[in-house]
Ligand binder design. Structure first.
Ligand code: SF4
Length: 337
């Protein structure tokens, strides 16, 4: 296995695409092989991203009562979870939150809403107003996660209002998606990403691990993201929320999470691999290893319905590792947009 991992590292440094079969072999690593995999992923991260770690922050700008039935999600109206629900946050409050995020060294601030998605009408108008307010305030880059986009022209309007990156996770492998959502399709998700790419936005798309998918399905998702050529790859680790259908699933173990990060770094060597929801909960004392395992980006502050670590602790962790939280990778990304 060690020789194979080094061959895959060489291939990744040459920015050659690892195949599905190669990814499936890597994700079988156990014990000491995981440490070899992490070491390789660290060298690949250093090669493409140097010492730079990107930081971004999100706001749950409209909470709960979502019409969709995603089985991992606390915000689905199907599950009866005990969360705060509220309508769309005002532009003023979002601008103030973006200013706070910038003071914590976040380069980007993403507004996230719990609904199916966007058609033309009052919701789109309200979102465009908020994007214009955030981008003219200029505290951070303006990103958003607004669900499915019904028509190409809506993506163009979002871009013209100042939206830089669109987050739309594939969530999991196509072959596992019907196990976690039946109210919309995988193809609708792919089409949304395509519209946003065509409109000139950067794409942030990844998934959630620990929902009962197989090891090979984790690689199936990685291959889908390779093919989409996304810019930022957020990796979330299921935080099983009470009253959701996944509430009884056991958490992923820290070494399993680090292995996923490392394999994703090798499979998408030059991309911005980002750790997001669940990382502080499940990595525990191995928190700082996420960068050694290949992450070049992390979400700071709170998540949508759960709390994150203190931003100061994350900034200190990055500095203690001898890394920087300014953003050469991000500048590279912005250059291509
Ligand atoms: S993941 Fe998004 S679309 Fe699915 S239920 Fe939650 S808020 Fe709705």
């Amino acid at each position: 296995m060690r020789t194979f991992i080094r061959e895959m590292e060489d291939k990744a440094i040459a920015n050659e695409r690892l195949s599905y079969e190669e990814g499936c072999r890597l994700i079988q690593a156990e014990g000491a092989d995981i440490i070899d995999l992490i070491s390789s992923a660290n060298r690949v991260r250093q090669h493409f991203c140097g010492d730079q770690i990107n930081l971004c922050s999100i706001s749950n700008a409209k909470s709960g009562n979502c019409s969709e039935n995603c089985s991992f999600c606390a915000q689905s109206a199907y599950h009866g979870t005990a969360i705060d629900t509220y309508p769309l946050t005002s532009s003023e409050k979002l601008v103030s939150e973006a200013k706070t995020a910038a003071s914590h060294n976040a380069e980007a601030f993403g507004i996230v809403v719990a609904w199916w998605g966007l058609r033309e009408g009052p919701d789109l108008d309200a979102i465009l107003e908020r994007i214009r307010a955030l981008s003219s305030a200029g505290h951070t880059r303006t990103d958003a996660s607004l669900g499915i986009i019904a028509e190409r022209k809506i993506a163009v309007q979002l871009k013209e209002a100042g939206l830089a990156f669109y987050n739309h996770n594939l969530e999991t492998a196509r072959s596992f998606f019907p196990n976690i959502c039946t109210t919309h399709s995988y193809d609708e998700r792919l089409k949304t990403i395509q519209y946003c790419k065509e409109a000139g936005m950067g794409i942030c798309s990844g998934g959630i691990f620990g929902m009962g998918e197989s090891l090979d399905q984790r690689i199936e998702l990685a291959v889908a993201l390779q093919e989409l050529d996304v810019d930022v790859v957020p990796l979330n680790f299921l935080n099983a929320i009470k009253d959701t259908p996944l509430e009884d699933l056991p958490p992923l173990q820290p070494m399993e999470i680090l292995k996923i990060i490392a394999v994703y770094r090798l499979m998408m060597p030059s991309k911005d691999i980002m750790t997001a929801g669940g990382r502080e909960l499940h990595l525990r004392d191995l928190q700082s290893w996420m960068f050694t395992a290949g992450a070049s980006h992390t979400l700071i502050g709170n998540y949508l319905t759960t709390s994150g670590r203190k931003s100061d602790d994350d900034l200190r962790m990055i500095e203690d590792l001898g890394l920087k939280h300014a953003s050469s990778c991000q500048e590279k990304l912005l250059e291509v947009i």
